[in-house]
Design a binder for this molecule. Structure first.
Ligand SMILES: *[C@@H]1O[C@H](CO)[C@@H](O)[C@H](O)[C@H]1NC(C)=O
Ligand SMILES: *[C@@H]1O[C@H](CO)[C@@H](O)[C@H](O)[C@H]1NC(C)=O
Length: 319
């Protein structure tokens, strides 16, 4: 099926594996005609696209269609920072994450179909952003949170850019000039989840997003809505991941400062052991699922997404 191919670009942090330029000139939004009337007894779904993508790219629209084919009548909302596709794509590189999350809190609060709660599915960086929504706003509340190839413990390197990907090249060179500078922390999205274990103190004092999301700053005050507020947290990591560094970040792991190949798995993280954000509590009641999908970053084959979509989305909603 050609779908898997299309979805390679979904949520892609720029990867050397993808040779196509990233949607250089986006057409005006081609949103599908009004979908069939939604069924309020099916729990709705909210998607947050990945870097290099937009809320209504051809890949996203096709994925939404597949979701609606799987769960007839399911209401699906695709998060956007800007209604304009090109600006929405750019907002994946440039902007202030705290402001973006706040904007999305207002956006979701305003959608009547979502009242009563929804499942949330984030692609790549969209995964940790939906977690930020959930931990800080959660109104309406998230039932299951599903993240594909996300960076819950940040990234220790910025991915390589495809030739000609101007936003990527600009962002990457700015990050190289100083990832923890005030400019980067207010304007470059990837800098705001850059977590270099070799510069952990600088990360803690300068990063404006991830240390707060993960309650890494003493006294480790839990977020307004800790993760055990969720029904399930589903974390998907790709077997041939080459974009997220380290790949174990998709499973809430990181690297120790002294070894560039070793992994500290989720259950050995201080964040988990001390339970700063409710992750341990959720795990101990069986609510954390760590899955692997075959392929490179965001290579969403049907064998990968379908069982997940069937099990954790489209459930029955009390109305
Ligand atoms: C809320 O919805 C109304 C009506 O659809 C719209 O005019 C307004 O811009 C929305 N506000 C936000 C913050 O999205
Ligand atoms: C780094 O970690 C890898 C994988 O766990 C291990 O095989 C290797 O011996 C470690 N290297 C050092 C210098 O500790």
């Amino acid at each position: 099926m050609h779908l898997a191919l299309l979805l390679c670009a979904l949520g892609a942090l720029a990867s050397p594996l993808q040779q196509q330029p990233l949607l250089p000139h986006l057409p005006t939004p081609t949103l599908k005609p009004t979908p069939p009337p939604y069924n309020p007894s099916v729990r709705p779904l909210v998607l947050w696209h990945g870097l290099g993508d937009s809320y209504a790219s051809p890949g996203m629209l096709e994925f939404v269609d597949m979701l609606r084919d799987t769960h007839e009548g399911m209401f699906v909302h695709s998060v956007r920072i800007n209604d304009d596709l090109e600006k929405d794509q750019k907002a994946g590189w440039f902007g202030d994450l705290n402001e973006q999350i706040e904007q999305v809190c207002e956006q979701l609060l305003n959608i009547t179909e979502l009242q009563g709660g929804f499942d949330a599915m984030g692609f790549s960086q969209g995964g940790q952003f939906l977690r930020a929504y959930m931990q800080n706003c959660n109104s309406p509340p998230v039932h299951n949170l599903i993240t594909f190839g996300s960076q819950h413990m940040g990234v220790a390197d910025i991915p390589m850019c495809k030739p000609g990907d101007i936003w990527c090249l600009l962002a990457r060179s700015a990050v190289k000039r100083g990832v923890y500078s005030s400019y980067a922390q207010h304007n470059l999205v990837q800098a705001q989840y850059f977590r270099d274990p070799k510069q952990y103190d600088t990360y803690l004092s300068s990063n404006r997003f991830l240390p707060i999301l993960n309650s890494e700053l003493p006294p480790h005050t839990p977020p307004p809505f800790p993760l055990d507020t969720l029904n399930s947290l589903v974390l998907i990591r790709f077997t041939a991941e080459q974009t997220v560094n380290p790949p174990v970040s998709s499973h809430f792991g990181s690297r120790p400062p002294e070894n560039d190949t070793a992994e500290i798995p989720m259950r050995e993280q201080e964040l988990y052991r001390e339970d700063w954000i409710g992750l341990r509590k959720l795990d101990e009641r069986g609510g954390v699922f760590m899955l692997m999908c075959e392929g490179h970053h965001m290579q969403l084959e049907k064998e990968c997404w379908e069982p997940i979509v069937l099990r954790w989305t489209g459930g029955k909603r009390e109305v």
